[in-house]
Design a protein around this ligand. Structure first.
Ligand code: FMN
Length: 310
């Protein structure tokens, strides 16, 4: 008798958004998505989180802007981008044609710019949600980014939520003492989900010249080096908050992604891995399916938050 096996149910549920599968691409590591069309079928992805958008185009930081470390990458791109008008005119129409969730990563030099970006994008079709990058330095607050303290996090999330007609995912910075306090502030202000983590503040030195390797001196560390810390933060936040958590930080394989789901993330984002292997996100989806088949898991979402803590 032939054995029939049902395909693994990969759908992920964020409450406000149902995804084909739990694998999204992380902002800034996948361009506007379209650059990766030659390498993987974008419609296979759970979703694409596009590069951070300010209202106006930005040049970013002076080079060098990327340094490789033994198990990660330090970047100081400085949120280079095309601005909302060019994004809406040239990029969004092409993204809209792809059958996947498009999430726009929103930045601002101050709270008003974040709100202006969202108000502009609200008039455009084809966006599933916003991901609020609260790690941008606030020019009016001496460069402190909102994500570093609960109050500015609360204020910014509340403001953006009040002007937005779309669901809001607040992306948290790990460069804080208590990630739980910041996540709670975002939740109290009405965010629909939190995503964590962004990069860890880091630096690299060229010993021979005794100069910093990055034009900006400091940058953000991503990749496998940060995975254990990101996992800890995702678990801490997911076990205390009721809003859905999207986990990221150093996911290179399907097993890494599954660990984040078990820790409590409803979905994951793949970042630095796409630089190493442009079809990493599609490969990771395939590895999740294989693992579930081998372990008799019928629906991936049944794994979310199943960590057995002694
Ligand atoms: C080159 C580069 C650019 C990035 N740009 C953004 C960005 O525009 N907005 C944002 O929220 N995060 C940005 N990030 C952070 C990533 O989205 C992600 O949070 C981080 O890299 C950790 O995930 P990973 O270890 O899988 O790369 C960037 C990361 C890198 C490496």
């Amino acid at each position: 008798m032939a054995v029939t096996t049902r395909p693994v149910d990969l759908t992920a549920d964020l409450g406000f958004l149902r995804l084909r599968n739990p694998v999204l691409t992380a902002s800034g590591t996948f361009g506007y998505g379209l650059e990766f069309e030659p390498y993987l079928d974008l419609a296979k992805l759970g979703g694409i989180v596009v590069k951070g958008l300010y209202y106006h185009p930005r040049e970013g930081n002076p080079p060098p802007r990327l340094v490789e470390t033994p198990s990660g990458l330090i970047n100081a791109i400085g949120l280079q981008g095309v601005g909302v008008e060019a994004f809406a005119a040239k990029v969004l129409p092409r993204l809209r044609a792809i059958d996947t969730a498009v999430i726009v990563n929103v930045c601002g030099a101050d709270d008003d710019e974040y709100a202006a970006v969202v108000e502009f994008l609200d008039a455009q079709e084809g966006i599933a949600a916003y991901e609020l990058n609260i790690s941008c330095p606030n020019v009016k607050k001496e460069g402190a980014c909102p994500a570093l303290a609960p109050e500015p996090t609360f204020e910014l999330v509340k403001l953006v939520k009040s002007v937005s007609r779309r669901p809001l995912i607040t992306k948290l910075s790990p460069n804080v003492t208590s990630i739980i306090e910041i996540a709670q502030a975002a939740a109290e202000a009405g965010t629909d989900a939190v995503a964590l983590v962004n990069t860890f503040l880091a630096m690299a030195i060229d010993l021979e010249t005794r100069r910093p390797r990055l034009g900006n001196v400091y940058g953000g560390l991503s990749g496998p080096a940060i995975k254990p810390i990101a996992l800890r933060m995702v678990h801490q936040v997911a076990s205390r908050l009721t809003v859905p958590v999207i986990g990221l930080g150093g996911i290179m394989t399907g097993a890494d992604a599954l660990e984040f789901l078990v820790a409590g993330a409803a979905a994951v984002e793949v970042g630095t891995a796409s630089f190493v292997d442009p079809d990493a996100a599609a490969r990771i989806i395939g590895e999740i399916v294989s693992w579930c088949e081998a372990h008799g898991v019928a629906a991936v979402r049944d794994l979310v938050g199943t960590l057995a803590v002694p």
